[in-house]
Design a protein around this ligand. Structure first.
Ligand SMILES: Nc1ncnc2c1ncn2[C@@H]1O[C@H](COP(=O)(O)OP(=O)(O)OP(=O)(O)O)[C@@H](O)[C@H]1O
Length: 235
Protein backbone atom coordinates (compact mmCIF):
# COMPACT_ATOMS: atom_id res chain seq x y z
CA UNK A 1 0.00 0.00 0.00
CA UNK A 2 1.49 3.34 -0.95
CA UNK A 3 1.84 6.22 1.45
CA UNK A 4 -1.16 8.48 1.94
CA UNK A 5 -0.87 12.15 1.06
CA UNK A 6 -4.34 13.15 2.26
CA UNK A 7 -6.68 11.55 4.77
CA UNK A 8 -10.04 13.23 5.31
CA UNK A 9 -12.23 12.13 8.19
CA UNK A 10 -15.83 13.30 8.37
CA UNK A 11 -14.75 16.50 6.64
CA UNK A 12 -17.58 19.01 6.73
CA UNK A 13 -17.97 22.58 5.55
CA UNK A 14 -21.17 24.41 6.31
CA UNK A 15 -22.14 27.90 5.22
CA UNK A 16 -24.88 29.67 7.10
CA UNK A 17 -26.43 32.84 5.79
CA UNK A 18 -29.61 33.97 7.47
CA UNK A 19 -32.03 31.07 7.51
CA UNK A 20 -30.19 29.11 4.86
CA UNK A 21 -27.60 26.47 5.71
CA UNK A 22 -25.54 24.96 2.90
CA UNK A 23 -23.60 21.77 3.50
CA UNK A 24 -20.88 22.38 0.93
CA UNK A 25 -19.09 19.27 2.24
CA UNK A 26 -20.95 16.71 4.27
CA UNK A 27 -18.88 14.26 6.35
CA UNK A 28 -16.50 13.29 3.59
CA UNK A 29 -14.09 10.41 4.24
CA UNK A 30 -11.30 10.10 1.72
CA UNK A 31 -7.76 8.86 1.26
CA UNK A 32 -5.47 9.97 -1.55
CA UNK A 33 -2.20 8.12 -2.08
CA UNK A 34 1.21 9.43 -3.07
CA UNK A 35 1.52 9.87 -6.86
CA UNK A 36 -2.17 9.35 -7.53
CA UNK A 37 -4.04 11.23 -10.24
CA UNK A 38 -7.57 11.87 -8.96
CA UNK A 39 -10.33 13.51 -10.98
CA UNK A 40 -13.30 15.16 -9.23
CA UNK A 41 -16.53 15.23 -11.22
CA UNK A 42 -20.00 16.36 -10.26
CA UNK A 43 -22.60 19.05 -10.79
CA UNK A 44 -22.07 22.68 -10.02
CA UNK A 45 -22.27 23.32 -6.28
CA UNK A 46 -21.58 19.72 -5.27
CA UNK A 47 -18.51 20.58 -3.16
CA UNK A 48 -15.52 19.95 -5.41
CA UNK A 49 -13.90 23.37 -5.05
CA UNK A 50 -14.62 23.43 -1.33
CA UNK A 51 -12.69 20.18 -0.89
CA UNK A 52 -9.82 21.36 -3.12
CA UNK A 53 -9.53 24.64 -1.23
CA UNK A 54 -9.41 22.87 2.12
CA UNK A 55 -6.78 20.42 0.82
CA UNK A 56 -4.75 23.39 -0.41
CA UNK A 57 -4.92 25.22 2.91
CA UNK A 58 -6.93 28.07 1.36
CA UNK A 59 -9.96 27.32 3.50
CA UNK A 60 -10.81 25.51 6.72
CA UNK A 61 -13.47 22.90 7.43
CA UNK A 62 -16.29 23.51 9.88
CA UNK A 63 -15.69 20.08 11.43
CA UNK A 64 -13.86 16.85 10.74
CA UNK A 65 -10.16 16.34 10.15
CA UNK A 66 -7.82 16.57 7.20
CA UNK A 67 -4.31 15.18 7.35
CA UNK A 68 -1.49 15.90 4.91
CA UNK A 69 0.73 12.84 5.47
CA UNK A 70 0.74 12.86 9.30
CA UNK A 71 0.26 16.60 9.66
CA UNK A 72 -3.23 17.53 10.88
CA UNK A 73 -4.08 20.60 8.78
CA UNK A 74 -7.14 21.28 10.90
CA UNK A 75 -4.87 22.06 13.87
CA UNK A 76 -2.70 24.61 12.12
CA UNK A 77 -2.73 28.35 12.73
CA UNK A 78 -2.75 30.79 9.84
CA UNK A 79 1.03 31.08 9.60
CA UNK A 80 1.55 27.33 9.69
CA UNK A 81 -1.13 26.87 7.08
CA UNK A 82 0.59 29.41 4.84
CA UNK A 83 3.88 27.56 5.30
CA UNK A 84 2.18 24.25 4.44
CA UNK A 85 0.78 25.81 1.27
CA UNK A 86 4.08 27.38 0.30
CA UNK A 87 6.14 24.25 0.88
CA UNK A 88 3.87 21.54 -0.43
CA UNK A 89 1.06 22.76 -2.70
CA UNK A 90 0.93 23.94 -6.30
CA UNK A 91 -2.30 25.39 -7.69
CA UNK A 92 -3.57 25.62 -11.24
CA UNK A 93 -6.80 27.52 -11.88
CA UNK A 94 -9.02 27.97 -14.90
CA UNK A 95 -7.57 31.40 -15.58
CA UNK A 96 -3.83 31.39 -15.68
CA UNK A 97 -3.06 34.53 -13.65
CA UNK A 98 0.26 35.16 -15.36
CA UNK A 99 1.89 38.58 -15.01
CA UNK A 100 1.44 40.06 -18.51
CA UNK A 101 4.59 42.22 -18.38
CA UNK A 102 6.84 39.25 -17.58
CA UNK A 103 8.05 36.51 -19.93
CA UNK A 104 7.24 32.85 -19.35
CA UNK A 105 10.69 32.45 -17.80
CA UNK A 106 10.17 35.42 -15.49
CA UNK A 107 6.70 34.29 -14.45
CA UNK A 108 8.18 30.98 -13.30
CA UNK A 109 11.18 32.72 -11.71
CA UNK A 110 8.82 34.73 -9.47
CA UNK A 111 8.15 31.48 -7.64
CA UNK A 112 11.55 29.83 -7.87
CA UNK A 113 13.25 32.84 -6.30
CA UNK A 114 11.42 32.27 -3.02
CA UNK A 115 11.21 28.45 -2.93
CA UNK A 116 13.48 26.15 -0.92
CA UNK A 117 14.66 23.64 -3.49
CA UNK A 118 13.26 24.84 -6.80
CA UNK A 119 13.93 23.75 -10.34
CA UNK A 120 15.42 26.33 -12.63
CA UNK A 121 12.72 27.98 -14.78
CA UNK A 122 13.97 26.37 -18.02
CA UNK A 123 13.73 22.93 -16.40
CA UNK A 124 10.14 23.56 -15.26
CA UNK A 125 9.19 24.96 -18.67
CA UNK A 126 10.80 21.97 -20.41
CA UNK A 127 8.60 19.63 -18.36
CA UNK A 128 5.53 21.19 -19.97
CA UNK A 129 7.13 21.35 -23.43
CA UNK A 130 7.69 25.10 -23.53
CA UNK A 131 11.46 25.50 -23.38
CA UNK A 132 11.45 27.04 -26.85
CA UNK A 133 8.96 29.71 -25.81
CA UNK A 134 10.43 30.77 -22.50
CA UNK A 135 11.25 34.31 -23.55
CA UNK A 136 7.75 34.98 -24.85
CA UNK A 137 5.25 37.17 -23.05
CA UNK A 138 1.80 35.75 -22.17
CA UNK A 139 0.15 37.75 -24.97
CA UNK A 140 2.43 35.96 -27.45
CA UNK A 141 1.24 32.54 -26.25
CA UNK A 142 -1.99 30.65 -26.88
CA UNK A 143 -4.39 29.94 -24.00
CA UNK A 144 -3.11 26.38 -23.73
CA UNK A 145 0.50 27.54 -23.71
CA UNK A 146 -0.28 30.11 -21.03
CA UNK A 147 -1.87 27.37 -18.95
CA UNK A 148 1.27 25.26 -19.39
CA UNK A 149 3.36 28.21 -18.12
CA UNK A 150 1.01 28.33 -15.12
CA UNK A 151 1.62 24.60 -14.57
CA UNK A 152 5.40 25.12 -14.83
CA UNK A 153 5.09 27.92 -12.28
CA UNK A 154 3.05 25.70 -9.95
CA UNK A 155 5.44 22.74 -10.07
CA UNK A 156 8.79 24.57 -10.15
CA UNK A 157 9.00 24.44 -6.37
CA UNK A 158 8.55 20.63 -6.54
CA UNK A 159 5.31 20.53 -4.54
CA UNK A 160 4.05 17.22 -3.19
CA UNK A 161 0.58 17.97 -4.51
CA UNK A 162 -0.81 19.82 -7.49
CA UNK A 163 -4.41 20.98 -7.15
CA UNK A 164 -6.13 21.96 -10.38
CA UNK A 165 -9.54 23.65 -10.51
CA UNK A 166 -10.96 23.43 -14.05
CA UNK A 167 -7.52 23.64 -15.71
CA UNK A 168 -8.98 23.12 -19.19
CA UNK A 169 -12.21 25.04 -18.60
CA UNK A 170 -11.23 27.90 -20.89
CA UNK A 171 -9.63 25.79 -23.61
CA UNK A 172 -10.68 24.04 -26.79
CA UNK A 173 -10.19 20.29 -26.98
CA UNK A 174 -6.84 20.26 -28.76
CA UNK A 175 -5.14 22.69 -26.37
CA UNK A 176 -6.98 21.14 -23.41
CA UNK A 177 -5.46 17.78 -24.28
CA UNK A 178 -1.96 19.32 -24.36
CA UNK A 179 -2.60 20.76 -20.89
CA UNK A 180 -3.71 17.36 -19.54
CA UNK A 181 -0.64 15.84 -21.20
CA UNK A 182 1.53 18.35 -19.35
CA UNK A 183 -0.13 17.51 -16.01
CA UNK A 184 0.35 13.77 -16.58
CA UNK A 185 3.96 14.31 -17.65
CA UNK A 186 4.68 16.15 -14.40
CA UNK A 187 2.96 13.40 -12.41
CA UNK A 188 5.04 10.75 -14.17
CA UNK A 189 8.38 12.52 -13.91
CA UNK A 190 8.10 14.12 -10.46
CA UNK A 191 5.54 11.85 -8.81
CA UNK A 192 3.38 14.85 -7.92
CA UNK A 193 0.02 13.79 -6.47
CA UNK A 194 -2.49 15.49 -8.76
CA UNK A 195 -6.13 16.38 -8.15
CA UNK A 196 -8.12 17.74 -11.09
CA UNK A 197 -11.61 19.24 -10.91
CA UNK A 198 -13.36 19.20 -14.23
CA UNK A 199 -16.78 19.36 -15.85
CA UNK A 200 -15.43 17.41 -18.78
CA UNK A 201 -16.31 13.76 -18.18
CA UNK A 202 -13.89 12.48 -20.82
CA UNK A 203 -10.94 13.57 -18.66
CA UNK A 204 -11.82 10.89 -16.10
CA UNK A 205 -10.08 8.26 -18.24
CA UNK A 206 -6.61 9.66 -17.43
CA UNK A 207 -7.15 9.29 -13.67
CA UNK A 208 -6.26 6.50 -11.28
CA UNK A 209 -9.50 7.27 -9.47
CA UNK A 210 -12.57 9.35 -10.19
CA UNK A 211 -14.65 10.77 -7.34
CA UNK A 212 -18.22 11.66 -8.29
CA UNK A 213 -19.58 14.42 -6.06
CA UNK A 214 -23.24 15.07 -5.29
CA UNK A 215 -24.65 17.32 -2.56
CA UNK A 216 -21.40 17.67 -0.66
CA UNK A 217 -20.67 13.96 -0.61
CA UNK A 218 -18.66 11.50 -2.65
CA UNK A 219 -21.53 9.57 -4.19
CA UNK A 220 -19.42 7.13 -6.20
CA UNK A 221 -15.80 6.22 -6.81
CA UNK A 222 -14.44 4.71 -9.99
CA UNK A 223 -11.01 3.11 -10.13
CA UNK A 224 -9.33 2.88 -13.52
CA UNK A 225 -7.16 -0.21 -13.83
CA UNK A 226 -5.41 1.44 -16.74
CA UNK A 227 -4.91 5.16 -17.16
CA UNK A 228 -5.42 6.47 -20.67
CA UNK A 229 -2.94 8.84 -22.24
CA UNK A 230 -4.14 12.38 -22.85
CA UNK A 231 -3.64 11.92 -26.60
CA UNK A 232 -6.29 9.17 -26.57
CA UNK A 233 -8.96 11.48 -25.17
CA UNK A 234 -11.82 12.68 -27.31
CA UNK A 235 -14.06 15.53 -26.24
N1 LIG B 1 -18.19 31.42 0.57
C1 LIG B 1 -19.36 30.79 0.45
N2 LIG B 1 -20.46 31.23 1.10
C2 LIG B 1 -21.62 30.57 1.01
N3 LIG B 1 -21.81 29.45 0.28
C3 LIG B 1 -20.76 28.97 -0.40
C4 LIG B 1 -19.47 29.61 -0.35
N4 LIG B 1 -18.61 28.90 -1.12
C5 LIG B 1 -19.31 27.86 -1.63
N5 LIG B 1 -20.60 27.91 -1.19
C6 LIG B 1 -21.66 26.93 -1.51
O1 LIG B 1 -21.19 25.64 -1.22
C7 LIG B 1 -21.64 24.70 -2.20
C8 LIG B 1 -20.47 23.96 -2.80
O2 LIG B 1 -19.72 24.86 -3.61
P1 LIG B 1 -18.42 24.42 -4.44
O3 LIG B 1 -17.85 25.66 -5.03
O4 LIG B 1 -17.54 23.61 -3.58
O5 LIG B 1 -19.05 23.49 -5.57
P2 LIG B 1 -18.38 22.93 -6.89
O6 LIG B 1 -18.77 21.50 -6.97
O7 LIG B 1 -16.93 23.25 -6.92
O8 LIG B 1 -19.14 23.75 -8.01
P3 LIG B 1 -18.61 24.28 -9.45
O9 LIG B 1 -18.47 23.04 -10.28
O10 LIG B 1 -19.72 25.17 -9.91
O11 LIG B 1 -17.33 25.01 -9.22
C9 LIG B 1 -22.47 25.50 -3.18
O12 LIG B 1 -23.81 25.39 -2.83
C10 LIG B 1 -21.98 26.92 -2.99
O13 LIG B 1 -22.98 27.84 -3.31
Amino acid sequence: MSELVFTAKQLTKTYVSGEVTVHALNEVDLEIAEKEVVVLLGPSGSGKTTLLNIMGGLDRPTSGRLFFRDLDLTDLGDRELTKYRRDHVGFVFQFYNLVPSLTAYENVALVTEVAKNPMRPPEALALVGLEERMHHFPAQLSGGEQQRVAIARAIAKRPAVLLCDEPTGALDSKTGIRVIEALLGVNRQLGTTTVIITHNASIQDVADRVLFFADGRIARVRTNEVRREAAELVW
